[in-house]
Design a protein around this ligand. Structure first.
Ligand code: ADP
Ligand code: MG
Length: 395
């Protein structure tokens, strides 16, 4: 799960990570009021979407830049009206962009240096890893490609936590000395607490800035949370913005299905993530393009299968469906009943290839054959992939 920058700043305030002052707004009038409340003549208006690269983005109405400097509340209102309700296209959004429903109005600060810091879970060490760089304000991927020597890594022992000698080492690597080192140690410690106590899988500050008057501030923030820990993070769950998510994925998550939308034309309904990956590969190999990854899990119910079926059918690009089930724990007849119910409810007209194998397969096949639905049955995975590709071509 991701959150918006304005929500990230709320977490920063809660944990004591220094940031610039700001308020969120949903209308141009609110933006004007927020600007007046913050005061001063240097403010930024920032489009709130779940994607980075906003500063260099373009709105679909032609307006340039999702991070804009303004000097008066009236100007803040005008800029907000150019952003709100329009889609912002950045390097991370894809060509359709993301519609901006909120803007964040913040105090603009003078910047002497832009730095980068992130904490993530490192799979190699199974421990939190801090990544820092003197090259803030740009993509860390670009820095990693061209000047990898400007990136520092510090691995944190999860039982000991982030140690003072480590915060000083990161600060020194970033060229932060004297009072700035003291501020940095405090900020890194607070950031580490935010990361641990909020069950993050990643938190990133880009840029972390040094101001000419010697302050260290987080000006942007990105969070990823571990979905498996959300059950104990109700305050984080409350920050979820479903409008930022693929509606098919939102529906799938309500039924505890592992669904990822893709842009092909052959929908796949599979049990088990490994089998789902193999199915997508073999569809591709047979000359088709998968429309989704969908793992209904090991112990899916009829309702879940039915919901899964409807979600894959809600995708207009889908021209055919491949069901590939290996019943280990899964009862093939449960899948068969789910398919029949969903197909009847939605009046299925697309070609449907089903390959069932394993636990209670005979009952499953009987349910399908007695249903009166037109189902192409397949014996092996390769056979199933070839049949759905051929059926879609013929349709
Ligand atoms: P994004 O990463 O999505 O482009 P940022 O919040 O990082 O958005 O903003 C882009 C750039 O705008 C920053 O690298 C920084 O130079 C500038 N900026 C952002 N917020 C402020 C602020 N409050 N004051 C001054 N400059 C800012
Ligand atoms: Mg940024």
């Amino acid at each position: 799960m991701n959150i918006h920058e304005y929500q990230a700043r709320e977490l920063f305030e809660k944990f004591g990570v220094a940031t610039s002052k700001g308020h969120v707004a949903s209308t141009p009038e609110e933006a004007e009021k927020a600007a007046a409340a913050i005061g001063g003549s240097n403010l930024v208006v920032k489009a709130q979407i779940h994607a980075g690269g906003r500063g260099k983005g373009t709105f679909t109405n032609g307006f340039q830049g999702g991070v804009k400097l303004v000097h008066t509340p009236t100007e803040a209102r005008d800029i907000a009206s150019k952003m709100l309700g329009h889609a912002l296209v950045t390097k991370q959004t894809g060509p359709e962009g993301r519609v901006v429903n909120k803007v964040f109005i913040a105090e603009a600060v003078d910047i002497s240096r832009e730095l980068y810091i992130a904490i993530l879970v490192d799979r190699a060490t199974s421990a939190p890893m801090i990544i820092a760089s003197t090259e803030g304000g740009m993509d860390i991927e670009t820095v990693a490609e061209h000047t990898p020597e400007k990136i520092f890594h510090v691995s944190v022992d999860p039982l000991l936590g982030l140690q003072p000698f480590q915060t000083r080492k990161i600060a020194a690597n970033l060229g932060l000395r004297g009072p700035l080192m003291t501020q940095a140690s405090k900020l890194f410690t607070a950031l580490y607490r935010t990361f641990i106590e909020s069950d993050c899988s990643m938190v990133e500050i880009n840029p972390l800035v040094v101001t000419p008057d010697g302050r260290l501030l987080a000006l942007d923030a990105k969070f990823n949370f571990d979905d498996n820990a959300l059950y104990r993070q109700p305050a984080i769950v409350a920050m979820r913005d479903k409008e930022e998510e693929d509606p098919r994925e939102v529906a799938a998550s309500e039924f505890n299905l592992n669904y990822i939308g893709l842009d092909g034309n052959i929908a796949c309904l599979v049990n088990g993530a490994g089998l789902a990956m193999a199915t997508m590969d073999i569809v591709q190999f047979a000359g088709g393009k998968p429309a989704n990854f969908l793992d209904v899990g090991g112990g899916a119910t009829k309702d879940q299968v039915c919901a899964a079926f409807k979600i894959i059918l809600s995708d207009k690009n889908v021209e055919g469906i491949l069901v590939n089930i290996f019943g280990g724990i899964m009862d093939c007849n449960v899948i068969a009943n789910g398919i029949v119910e969903a197909a009847r409810e939605v009046g299925l007209k697309l070609p449907l290839v089903v390959r069932l194998e394993g636990n209670n397969v005979e009952a499953g096949k009987k349910t399908l054959s007695e249903s009166g639905l037109t189902i192409i049955s397949a014996s092996t995975l390769a056979d199933a992939a070839q049949k759905i590709v051929a059926a879609v071509k013929a349709a």
